[in-house]
Design a protein around this ligand. Sequence first.
Ligand SMILES: [Zn+2]
Length: 141
Amino acid sequence: MILQLNQEHLQTIQTHAEITYPLECCGVILGCGKMAVEAIPTENAFPVESEKKRRYAIAPEIMLKTQREARDKSLNIIGIYHSHPDYPAIPSECDRELAWQEYSYIIISVVKGKASDIQSWTLDENHQFQPEEIKLLTPNS
Ligand SMILES: [Zn+2]
């Protein structure tokens, strides 16, 4: 499968990652199938402030609210994005343990405050992450 994002989604993720640096940012991708329609920044709700440099959490009530909004637009949550400040765009063991089968997990590396590599990952049947190709579309294409 190939995850399809457009320039606007990429820009939203990059900007969110940079302004949240040196903490991890996170957000939700709404779409249809593997086609992203909207990237929604959310708050990093990880309960321990000092851990937000390497952990993230999306509050369950935010997930539910976003799910309802998606449904109203006939969309689904198709992915979750988060940043890795000064760390490669590779999922951590925590990322893997907490991941859900049906989502794409987009990780963006932020190096010294500047958005860098972006990579999407999906779980295989053994609950291991495999890289997923991102196809970047221009808006309205
Ligand atoms: Zn991570």
